[in-house]
Design a protein around this ligand. Structure first.
Ligand SMILES: [Zn+2]
Length: 302
């Protein structure tokens, strides 16, 4: 029987905060979205960042019991200080306590890839799995770890960062050795997402083209694109096989723009299953189910 939303009961306010947009959703006790709003993120002005958010909450006139935020950045679980490459105004700011004072509400914050993984583990493509490593193949790569339905939050909020660390070697002709946003060089993130795929193709074939064209060329079995995507799958599957061996994850839901290409995820899954120790005929890498709302849904579980 369909549930009827009680508009007077306090809602849970969930927000997906990225470098370009803040998406807010008011969610009732049955996890139905009852209202949505979206604005540009004032990424360089902390006062405007907080005030714009508070203004949206006031404008809705809806009673709210708490705010849970999925952030394209990290929050240190001890100090509550945040860092977000595309939202410089919140760097080193204890954002949850600040927003809690401003909104008069309890505020919880988690990394967006963590929220994505939490959502996919509880109600998405990895539902029923106890040990889930979620991956984002977006502009770059991200990840999160959920065990027994709970988010694993590491020191300084760092978990699931399979895209960072010395992975590629200087001087290898098989791939470029590029500086990464984290300060190191040779991270998988430099070639792992859509921009990385473009850099890898430029390095291998000397041709600048979009990730969409590279993928379409691969799907059409055109040789330069085929060579690039084969190399790309080889490198990603190396890293993911080790991730699966370490975490014991039995399901790896993949989100982000590149995950929309079903054949890519299938090829990645096959390569990973050939390399990891866990022996199974069932796919491990699977496409995420919850789409753009995964961050908001995951935030609701914080
Ligand atoms: Zn890095």
């Amino acid at each position: 029987m369909p549930t009827r939303t009680n508009l007077t009961a306090p809602a849970l306010l969930c927000a997906d905060i990225g470098g370009s947009h803040m998406r807010l959703a008011w969610i009732d006790n049955d996890l139905n979205v009852i209202e949505r709003r979206q604005i540009s993120t004032p990424s360089h002005d902390l006062d405007r960042f907080v005030e714009s958010f508070a203004e949206l909450v006031r404008e809705s006139h809806r009673p709210v019991k708490a705010a849970h935020l999925s952030l394209a950045g990290l929050q240190d679980p001890v100090t509550a200080r945040c860092i977000a490459a595309n939202i410089p105004c919140i760097k080193d700011v204890s954002l949850a306590p600040l927003m809690s004072r401003e909104l008069g509400l309890p505020v919880r914050i988690a990394n967006d890839a963590d929220c994505f993984t939490l959502a996919e583990a509880r109600t998405g493509a990895a539902k029923g799995h106890d040990n889930v490593f979620g991956i984002i193949l977006g502009t770059g790569v991200g990840g999160g770890l959920v065990q027994q339905g709970n988010l694993v939050v590491g020191r300084q909020g760092l978990t699931g960062e399979w895209g960072h660390g010395p992975f590629l070697r200087r001087g290898d002709r098989d791939y470029p050795y590029l500086p990464c946003g984290c300060g190191q060089s040779g991270c998988l993130d430099t070639i792992g997402g859509a921009r990385g795929l473009e850099k890898l193709h430029l390095w291998l074939c000397g041709e600048a083209c979009s990730s969409r064209d590279i993928i379409n060329g691969w799907l059409s079995k055109k040789s330069p694109y085929h060579a690039t995507v084969t190399r790309y799958i080889d490198l990603l599957s190396d890293a993911l096989a080790i991730v699966i061996n370490i975490t014991g994850a039995s399901c790896v839901p993949a989100g982000g723009g590149l995950s929309a290409v079903e054949q890519l995820i299938t090829a990645l899954d096959q390569a990973v299953r050939e390399k990891c120790l866990y022996n199974t005929d069932t796919p491990i890498i699977v496409r995420a189910k919850l789409g753009d709302d995964a961050g908001l849904i995951g935030a609701s579980y914080l």
